[in-house]
Design a protein around this ligand. Sequence first.
Ligand SMILES: Nc1nc2c(ncn2[C@@H]2O[C@H](COP(=O)(O)OP(=O)(O)OP(=O)(O)O)[C@@H](O)[C@H]2O)c(=O)[nH]1
Ligand SMILES: [Mg+2]
Ligand SMILES: [Zn+2]
Length: 361
Amino acid sequence: MVTRTALGRDLAELGWDERFAAEAEGAPGDAFPARVVAEQRGAYRIAGAGGELWASPAGRVRRAATGATELPAVGDWVLARARPEGDRATILRVLPRRSAFARRAAGRDTAQVVAANVDLVLIVTSLNRELNVRRLERYLTLAWNSGAAPAIVLSKADLCADPAPAVEEVARVARGVPLHVTSVRDGRGLDALRAHIAPGRTLVLLGSSGVGKSTLVNVIAGSAVQEVGDTLADDRGRHTTTTRQMIFVPGGGMIIDTPGMREVGLVGDEDALARAFDDVADVAARCRFSDCRHAGEPGCAVADSLATGALPAERWESYVKLRQELALQAERDDPLLARAAKARTRSVHRGQKDLYRQRRR
Ligand SMILES: Nc1nc2c(ncn2[C@@H]2O[C@H](COP(=O)(O)OP(=O)(O)OP(=O)(O)O)[C@@H](O)[C@H]2O)c(=O)[nH]1
Ligand SMILES: [Mg+2]
Ligand SMILES: [Zn+2]
């Protein structure tokens, strides 16, 4: 396997390590590892030891993918082979991901990987628009589900007279998650953000359109690599960035800039939810019955905490809503679960029919 050429970008700089190398073992001799740095309508820009080139997945890779999440995504490590033409490559295999931020795309039922093999998920929300903690809870659930650590950026602090109340509100729904208040106008919080960047490390910036993701990328990269929205369009969601793209920070480190998200559809499991709602999980753990459904059982700590206000009602309702959404999705995604659910309904119907029959007799 080719791991370095004369043109070479050090693979370790791109995030390659022994674990990926072990996954790549047994690859054909002419295959080389590369990282997906951009995606445009099914074509992938990959960066490897020999530089960058465009690549497309082998037919076999496309056919084997049972869903969109199995196709390459920005941040993925792939094994590729140069085509005879030389300037293009074929993706032979996507190496197992260490982390993946996925969500359900707008208007679609299927999950989509937004960024793969990231170390830190930076959720950006601006301080001059109405802060939406419910939306933030969704992002945090997805972030915990990704396998990467989350951090929150409250941007445009210069447009907010007093960020303190917002910071407090956010801290309540994001216990223990690093929180950065930033402004590119007065430079606030930027050094703390830069501290997350290191050679071989990958960050992804996520959030609504217009919150200043690309602006932060430019400031951190030290040059205008990404186009940003004009000031008039400020916060109106112009969707300036249209593709996901990995940017190399001079001195080492990578940032994936993403288009503003319209919808943050949930993907994940109970574990991710329990981490995003660790306060709720803590309370529920104190219920008398370990299988408490928090629906009027005696000794229910949730009911007690709601009564005293220790657990805010909105927080609990949000948790219940997201849990239902996840359960519904899990049923949709898992044919076995779906069949079980259908069988359940059928047996209920059958039971009802039997009941009617008995009554008629
Ligand atoms: N006042 C102020 N404006 C900012 C700040 N950061 C970004 N902006 C402005 O916000 C607008 C949108 O910034 P972008 O960086 O394009 O936002 P984005 O999140 O990348 O948006 P999409 O690419 O559409 O998802 C631009 O006019 C920026 O100049 C900030 O810290 N303070
Ligand atoms: Mg942008
Ligand atoms: Zn309970």
